[in-house]
Ligand binder design. Structure first.
Ligand code: ATP
Ligand code: MG
Length: 446
């Protein structure tokens, strides 16, 4: 993509309405535009990053054996009357009437609808286990939408629902989600810690929230800081192996890590003092096993191996896809702008031409662009007739992790400069070597 033809409306000034750094940088980098409180347009750069995040979420869900589908944003109220939530949900639900005066709502979540799909088509345990998910816009009429996409009213969520014949199978589905989420966040360059969440009216302790540590997070968190060093890495996970998956979950949930909702002072006091930390976190996901809460009232039953009709055991599992952009920026930035982790960057690399209009420099940049595209890597080429300083400032603000700087002086020696946004370190090398290096780096993140 050539910047001269792109749509990247960067702002020079800090927008007054933005209270936290991710919101500020998303506005300044021309990624989003607010259309109403908590409702945003995704401008081209923001949309590219959002798509990258969605892609990773899809890949890891499919790897875990979960099946994508797509449910609508608008739902009939009657479905929610069956579960009793139409009246319970309160003011956060956006209620709408169509021209026939039928009551509708903009979905804040999809338990009822997925249960309806399930009961219409599945009658036997032989069709289980089954986990269906989608990535779809949600609407919650939040009391205080704020911090940009972090707490929107319209926001993009991945929500998945498992259907299992008994509690053990459903707990395996729960564990599978935990592991797939850990991998998802790691690929985005994030450390998201599973923390025991409030059990709510259902009881049991089968719910975890995933929190990214950040000063600007809305939740207070209490943890043993050794939990932040745990990594899933590239280990081979067999998602059908109940024991292996449960062991990974145990590894990540044994050290103390809780939000203020479930915090237990006595248990926390057992953590060695040097490791006992209190901080703040951003909730980027939550998993939940809720047994037969929806299947019983809504009639989602199957026959089990003994020939009995039993309500299915369910759970629901959500990732805040649009919130993740904010969380990633909160976790990865400096005073000049965003620093995208390789896994989610909207463009892998920027090309800065120091002397636009110089035949040699222009040709070298076009050559780099072509060579990168041939490797499946689309660069953002700043081909505008601007001063070098302005070009660098834009690249730093939008935060592409790598920059190739091309100028007549270097080209006389046959070199360009490859710079890491994160460390600021630069290295001179031939254009071919720079392309190879970038291709290698991104192959490691595929
Ligand atoms: P919160 O406590 O932050 O209001 P929640 O617990 O109500 O969130 P869930 O129902 O668990 O949200 O939804 C799954 C995920 O969707 C959350 O973990 C969060 O990442 C994301 N999410 C929830 N509400 C919003 C929102 N208003 N804006 C952006 N993302 C959200
Ligand atoms: Mg939650």
């Amino acid at each position: 993509m050539r910047l001269s033809r792109y749509f990247l409306p960067v702002l020079k000034e800090n927008p007054a309405e933005a209270q936290i750094v991710s919101h500020r940088y998303m506005l300044r980098a021309g990624m989003i535009k607010q259309q109403a409180a908590g409702i945003y347009s995704w401008l081209p750069l923001g949309y590219r990053a959002l798509r990258r995040i969605e892609e990773i979420v899809h890949q890891e869900q499919i790897r875990a054996g979960h099946i994508p589908l797509l449910m609508p944003t608008l739902q009939p109220a009657d479905l929610w009357r069956e579960s009793g939530r139409y009246d319970d949900y309160g003011q956060e639900m956006l209620r709408i009437r169509d021209r026939q005066d039928r009551e509708m709502l903009y979905g804040p979540t999809n338990e009822e609808m997925i249960t309806d799909i399930f009961r219409s088509h599945v009658t036997s345990y032989k069709d289980l286990p089954l986990t269906l998910y989608h990535i779809q816009w949600k609407f919650r009429d939040e009391m205080r939408p704020r911090f940009g996409v972090m707490r929107g009213r319209e926001f993009l969520m991945k929500d998945g629902y498992n259907f299992d014949v008994d509690k053990e199978a459903a707990l395996h589905a729960y564990n599978r989600h935990m592991v797939s989420y850990l991998r998802t966040y790691e690929r985005m360059g994030l450390t998201a810690i599973p923390m025991r969440a409030a059990s709510g009216p259902i009881g049991g302790d089968n719910t975890h929230e995933f929190l990214v540590l950040a000063q600007t997070g809305e939740s207070e968190v209490f943890y043993d800081d050794r939990v932040t060093a745990l990594k899933l890495g590239n280990r081979d996970i067999d998602y059908d192996d109940r024991e292996q998956v449960a062991k990974v979950c145990a590894e990540f949930t044994t050290l103390y890590a809780r939000t203020d909702e479930t915090h237990d002072e006595a248990a926390f006091a057992q953590v060695p003092e040097a490791h006992r930390k209190v901080g703040r976190g951003i909730e980027v996901g939550q998993i939940f096993y809720f047994s037969t809460k929806y299947s019983e009232p809504m009639g989602a039953y199957v026959t089990n191996a003994a020939g009995e009709r039993v309500p299915v055991h369910m759970g629901s599992h959500g990732i805040g896809v649009s919130r993740l952009l904010g969380a990633i920026i909160e976790a990865s930035h400096d005073d000049r702008g965003i620093i995208w982790p390789e896994g989610v960057t909207p463009f892998p690399v920027g090309i800065v031409n120091l002397k636009q209009g110089d035949t040699v420099a222009d040709a070298a940049c076009a050559g780099l662009e072509k060579a990168l595209l041939a490797r499946g890597l689309e660069p953002l080429y700043d081909d505008r007739d601007e001063r070098a300083g302005a070009k660098f400032a834009t690249m730093d603000l939008i935060g592409l992790p790598w920059r190739i700087t091309v100028g007549p002086r270097g080209l006389e020696k046959g070199v360009v400069e490859l710079t890491s946004r994160r460390t600021g370190e630069s290295e001179e090398m031939s254009p071919e070597a720079a392309v190879d290096r970038i291709a290698q780096i991104f192959a490691d993140h595929a």
